[in-house]
Write a protein that binds this ligand. Structure first.
Ligand SMILES: [Zn+2]
Length: 389
């Protein structure tokens, strides 16, 4: 992966607390990642500002009346009862807060811009992305718009196909699956905790749909994700020969996350992302869920480190340790705050046996439907893409 151009998309907008008080996302996330990366010397030139997505860009997937409703609610500072019922806005799950529209469109614009980096042969990183539950006409699961869909659409428009979408968030990537379930140019893979909200993603899509779901048991560990990557994700990738990969790397699958029950280490997620994007011409790497401010910040900072081939087995510096000590999280009791989170960037591995429920997911895997004649876009020949595959 050395030598590839990497671009970190960020925005000052994420430093403002969104979502109102008492919401799982009312914690510092992307701002903290930027601070941590800067402390490590990993953002010497700062980040690239995410351009806000235009209304036209959003309407590639979202209904015009829904986009207008998000704007209207933000402007009014509240959702009327009709907007609540029709668009799921102004609920406890998807509150209306000041700057909501700007924030949601900025995360979408960052992912579209990251896709343009991928089209030029690089890796675009948008840790504020990964709003994979966003539906065409309603808010869903803390997501107002769907930025992974924006990234994939931008890749397709740029001639990169097929696209492989890998969702490592603890929750099923339902919005992205819905967007592309009937599109032979895109394969969607979601690894998520079984029995968790939204309780979809229990089975693969119909033959030829290129929808793959891996509902994994509570306590999902590093050995198990490695088994799925080797036994399922890489074979699908080899058969598909994607021109670009988009990864939603939610941090809520990590041990210590209050909204999920998986036990992954951050290094296992980093390795999964590396395996997914290796030797693919272009890649978009996004954040996602993640409700523990300490583990989420360490995860996405280390992910940026890995994308840049930096040494990630490094201590948390004193300045950041003090910053970490100031943080609190309503969903995590003081005694559950792990001292390891203050010591090193990398988690200790959670190696254990691969359970039968996980092995069973590797059986009878349908082969992806691949359009002939070739998965390679014509732009390979024009020199737009590096010959890295
Ligand atoms: Zn999630």
């Amino acid at each position: 992966m050395t030598g590839r151009r990497t671009v970190f998309f960020g925005s000052e907008i994420y430093r403002r607390q969104g979502f109102g008080d008492n919401h799982p996302l009312a914690i510092p996330r992307v701002g903290l990642v930027i601070e941590l990366c800067q402390a490590l010397g990993w953002l010497p030139d700062g980040f690239e500002p995410s351009p806000p997505a235009s209304i036209d860009e959003l309407t590639r997937f979202h209904a015009a009346d829904y986009i207008a409703a998000v704007q209207r609610c933000d402007g009014n500072g509240r959702a009327e009862i009709e907007d609540r019922e029709r668009y799921n806005l102004g609920t406890r799950e998807n509150p209306v807060f000041e700057g909501l529209f700007a924030r949601a469109r900025t995360s979408c614009g960052g992912s579209s811009a990251a896709a343009k980096v991928a089209l030029a042969g690089g890796i675009g990183f948008n840790p504020a992305g990964g709003t994979h539950h966003g539906m065409p006409d309603r808010a869903h699961g803390f997501c107002y718009f769907n930025d992974p869909v924006m990234a994939i659409l931008t890749l397709l428009e740029g001639g990169a196909e097929p696209v492989l979408y890998l969702d490592l968030d603890a929750h099923h990537g339902d919005g992205v699956e819905l967007a592309f379930a009937n599109d032979p140019r895109v394969a969607t893979i979601s690894i998520h905790e079984a029995g968790r909200w939204p309780n979809t993603g229990t089975a693969h899509g119909p033959a030829g749909s290129n929808v793959y779901n891996f509902p994994v048991p509570h306590g999902f560990n590093d050995s198990e994700i490695n088994a799925l990557i080797e036994g399922a994700i890489l074979p699908i990738k080899r058969a598909l020969r994607p021109a670009a990969v988009v990864v939603t790397c939610g941090a809520d699958g990590l041990a210590g996350d209050p909204l999920a029950g998986m036990l992954l280490s951050n290094a296992a997620l980093w390795s999964a992302v590396e395996a997914a994007i290796e030797a693919v011409p272009g890649a978009v790497v996004l954040g996602g869920g993640g409700y523990n401010p300490w583990t989420a910040a360490r995860c996405w900072s280390g992910l940026w480190g890995r994308l840049n081939v930096f040494e990630t087995n490094v201590p948390i510096l004193e300045t950041m340790r003090r910053r970490f000590a100031e943080l609190s999280c309503d969903l995590i009791d003081d005694e559950d705050v792990n001292p390891v989170w203050f010591e090193s960037l990398e988690d200790p591995p959670s190696r254990a046996s691969v359970r039968a429920e996980v092995s069973a997911l590797l059986e009878n895997l349908p082969a992806p439907h691949v359009d002939s004649p070739s998965a390679q876009p014509s732009s390979f020949e024009t020199g737009l893409w590096p010959s890295s595959r």
